[in-house]
Design a protein around this ligand. Structure first.
Ligand code: 2AM
Length: 426
C-alpha cells in the first residue's frame, strides 16, 4: 500500500531523519536528485533491521507512492535548490498535498513559496529541523517556521483547550441557567450562525440535538464524564513548564485529570451533599426564556449573556483565531505576547467585564471553570507592572541569602534582614 510520508533530499540530515521516521514505524518513501543516495539510504534501512523505508529514483513514482493527502518533508540546500525541488515534485502533486521544508530557509522565501503553492491548491510549511545530523537521527527539535505555521502546528492543542472551555460554558448554562438539551441545542446553533462559524460550536450544537437510541432522553446525558488523554496536552504542559506560563492549557489538562477521577468524585459528592453542600451552591436568578431569545440578538444584559458575547467574538473559532494571530504577528513580528497586540488588547478590554461576571457567577454557584478562571488570572497577572514577587524575593534573601535586585540601582544585593529586625526590636 501507499506509504505514510515522503522525504526528498538525502544528504546526511535527510538520511538520518528518514531512518528515524522509519524506525518509529512509519512507512516512508525517499527520493534524491542523485540516485546513489537513495540506494545508500535504502541500504542503511535494511542494515538497521528492515525498516519500512522505500527508495525511488524518479520523482513521479516517489510522489505516487505516498498516501493522500501527501506530506513530503523536503531537506535540500536552501535557495534555488528548494525552488527546483518544489517544481519537480509539484508536477505530480495533487490538491491538498503538502510540502514541509525542513531546511532552515529564510522565512520570507517560505512565505513566497507558501503563496505560490496555495494558488495550486497545495500546502507549504516551513519547519526548521535542528539538532544536526545526530539530532535528525535520534530526536530532532522541529520548529515550524514563520508565525502562521507555528500556530498551525498547535491547532490540535488549541482545539482541545477550546473543547474544554466550551464544556465549561455548557456547565454554567446547564447548572445555573437550567437549560435543557433542546435549549442548549438552540443556543449553540444560534452562536454558530453569523460571525461564528466554529467547527467546535457546530458539533456542540449537534450533540445537544441527538436522542439516546438505547433509552430515554438525550445521548449526551448518558455519556460518561471521563475524558480521555492521549499525551499531547501533557507534553505541551511539560514543554511549557520549561519557560512559559500556559495556565489555560495546564488547566485543561487538570480538568482532564479530575474528570478521570470519576469514582472518587462520586464519593466526594456524597460527602458534601450529606453535609448540605449541593451540586449548585446558590441558585441564580436566570430568565431562561430571555436568555435563549437574546442569544440570537445583540445587546445582552443577562449575566449569562455575557458568556455568549465573550465567546461569540470568535475566541473559540480556530480558523478565524489563527488568522488573527497571524495578522498580529504580521503587524509586529517581535510581539512579546498576543495580549498586547493592538487588536487583541482592544478586544480583551471590551470583553473582560463579561468574562469577570461569568467567572464570578460560576464561583458563586460552585461551578468550577478552571480554564476560564486561570486564563483570567493569567491576564490579571500579565497586565500588572508590579507583582508581589518583591516580597518573595525578600523572603528568599532573608532565609537563604539568595540575594535580590533593586528597582532603582543595578546589581545584586543582600541584606541582613534578621540582624536588622532583631536590632530594631531591642
Ligand atoms: P544531490 O545529492 O542530488 O546533490 C543537500 O545538498 C541536498 O540538497 C542534497 O540532497 C542535494 O541533492 C540537494 N540538492 C542540492 N541542489 C539541488 C537541486 N538543484 N535540485 C535538487 N536537489 C538539490
Amino acid at each position: 500500500g501507499p506509504t505514510r510520508i515522503g522525504l526528498a533530499g538525502l544528504a546526511v540530515m535527510g538520511q538520518n531523519l528518514a531512518l528515524n521516521i522509519a524506525e518509529k514505524g512509519f512507512t516512508i518513501s525517499v527520493y534524491n536528485r542523485t540516485t546513489s543516495k537513495v540506494d545508500e539510504t535504502v541500504e542503511s534501512a535494511k542494515k538497521e533491521g528492515n525498516l519500512p523505508l522505500y527508495g525511488f529514483h524518479d520523482p513521479k513514482s516517489f510522489v505516487q507512492s505516498i498516501q493522500k493527502p501527501r506530506v513530503i518533508i523536503m531537506l535540500v540546500k536552501v535557495g534555488p535548490p528548494v525552488d527546483q525541488t518544489i517544481k519537480t515534485l509539484s508536477n505530480y502533486l495533487e490538491k491538498g498535498d503538502c510540502i514541509i521544508d525542513g531546511g532552515n530557509e529564510w522565512y520570507k522565501n517560505t512565505e513566497r513559496r507558501e503563496k505560490a503553492m496555495a494558488k495550486l491548491g497545495l500546502l507549504y510549511h516551513g519547519m526548521g529541523v535542528s539538532g544536526g545530523e545526530e539530532g535528525a537521527r535520534n530526536g530532532p527539535s522541529m520548529m515550524p517556521g514563520g508565525s502562521f505555521q507555528a500556530f498551525k502546528y498547535i491547532e490540535d492543542i488549541l482545539l482541545k483547550v477550546a473543547a474544554q472551555l466550551i464544556a465549561e460554558a455548557y456547565d454554567v448554562l446547564k447548572s445555573t441557567g437550567k437549560l435543557s438539551n433542546e435549549e442548549l441545542h438552540h443556543v449553540f446553533s444560534e452562536w454558530n450562525k453569523g460571525e461564528l462559524l466554529s467547527f467546535l460550536v457546530e458539533i456542540t450544537a449537534d450533540i445537544f440535538g441527538i436522542k439516546d437510541d438505547k433509552g430515554e432522553g438525550y445521548l449526551v446525558d448518558k455519556v460518561l464524564d471521563k475524558t480521555g488523554m492521549k499525551g499531547t496536552g501533557k507534553r505541551t504542559v511539560q514543554q511549557a513548564a520549561e519557560s512559559v506560563a500556559a495556565p489555560t492549557i495546564a488547566s485543561s489538562l487538570d480538568s482532564r485529570f479530575l474528570s478521570g477521577l470519576k469514582e472518587e468524585r462520586v464519593e466526594a459528592a456524597k460527602v458534601f451533599k450529606s453535609s448540605g453542600v449541593g451540586d449548585i451552591l446558590t441558585e441564580q436568578e436566570v430568565d431562561k426564556k430571555k436568555l435563549i431569545e437574546d442569544s440570537a440578538e445583540k445587546g445582552w444584559d443577562l449575566k449569562l449573556g455575557e458568556l455568549a458575547r465573550f465567546w461569540k467574538g470568535g475566541c473559540i473559532n480556530l480558523a478565524i483565531l489563527l488568522d488573527r494571530i497571524k495578522k498580529a504577528y504580521d503587524r509586529n513580528p517581535e510581539l512579546a505576547n498576543l495580549l498586547v497586540d493592538t487588536e487583541f488588547s482592544k478586544e480583551i478590554i471590551e470583553r473582560q467585564h463579561g468574562w469577570r461576571r461569568v467567572v464570578c457567577l460560576a464561583i458563586k454557584s460552585g461551578i468550577s471553570v478552571l480554564g476560564m478562571s486561570s486564563s483570567l488570572a493569567y491576564f490579571d497577572t500579565y497586565r500588572r507592572d508590579r507583582l508581589p514577587a518583591n516580597l518573595v524575593q525578600a523572603q528568599r534573601d532573608y532565609f537563604g541569602a539568595h540575594t535580590y535586585e533593586r528597582t532603582d540601582i543595578p546589581g545584586s544585593f543582600h541584606t541582613e534582614w534578621f540582624k536588622i529586625a532583631k536590632q530594631s526590636k531591642i
